[in-house]
Design a protein around this ligand. Structure first.
Ligand SMILES: Cc1cc2nc3c(=O)[nH]c(=O)nc-3n(C[C@H](O)[C@H](O)[C@H](O)COP(=O)(O)O)c2cc1C
Length: 186
């Protein structure tokens, strides 16, 4: 996790951007889906991201709480792959992050039934207007269907570009009391 933190810092230094990752989930019968989410926290427990828990990814994680994530930095010739189990963050963690979000994003989270079909853009705009009115004189509360997830890594692979496709790949596998490192063929 320390090495991953260092790589995230290096990535931000190389090209200013928010940390993001491609997150893959799957249905219980093994149909995968992937999308980009912002990586919002990292500590010894894992990495956190926030979303609508009734979205497609939320539905998949409820039934199959496992995920894989990929982060790629063109500027550095680096890739990280993370695989593991997923748990919901506590309400306090979700609320603490919610409070840092701009009001517009908070209203949008209430307005968007994420991943559901819309009749048109107007339907979304109308819901935003409705919710802006509803919360006009109060702080926008954390929606009951919105919160964080923590990806708890069982393995993390660090990939570094090398000439002639002879790239470096080092995978860390979590064991009960330590991480075991192994080198993989490119
Ligand atoms: C750079 C970037 C960052 C994103 N960050 C998030 C995020 O943190 N949370 C989120 O729910 N969706 C985020 N999205 C949108 C997702 O990619 C996706 O469209 C949405 O979560 C719905 O996914 P789903 O239908 O598979 O659940 C982001 C998209 C991009 C391109």
């Amino acid at each position: 996790m320390q090495l991953l933190t260092t790589w995230l810092d290096d990535g931000r230094a190389a090209a200013p951007h928010q940390d993001s990752m491609t997150l893959a989930t799957a249905t219980p019968d093994g149909r995968p889906s992937a999308r980009v989410v912002l990586l919002r926290g990292i500590d010894e427990r894992g990495i956190t991201f926030f979303t609508n828990r009734t979205s497609r990814k939320g539905d998949e994680l409820r039934l199959n709480p496992r995920a894989a994530a990929v982060i790629h930095w063109w500027e550095l010739g680096r890739q990280v792959r993370i695989e593991g189990s997923v748990e919901e963050t506590s309400d306090e963690e979700s609320r603490a992050y919610w409070r840092t979000r701009p009001r517009g994003s908070q209203v949008a989270a209430w307005a968007s039934r994420q991943s559901q079909p819309l009749r048109g853009r107007e339907e979304l705009d109308a819901r935003v207007a409705e919710l802006e009115e509803r919360f006009a004189s109060e702080d926008v509360p954390l929606p009951p269907f919105w919160g964080g997830y923590r990806l708890i890594p069982a393995s993390i692979e660090f990939w570094t570009h090398r000439d002639d496709r002879l790239h470096d790949r080092v995978r860390y596998l979590r064991e009960p009391d330590r991480w075991r490192a192994e080198r993989l063929a490119p």
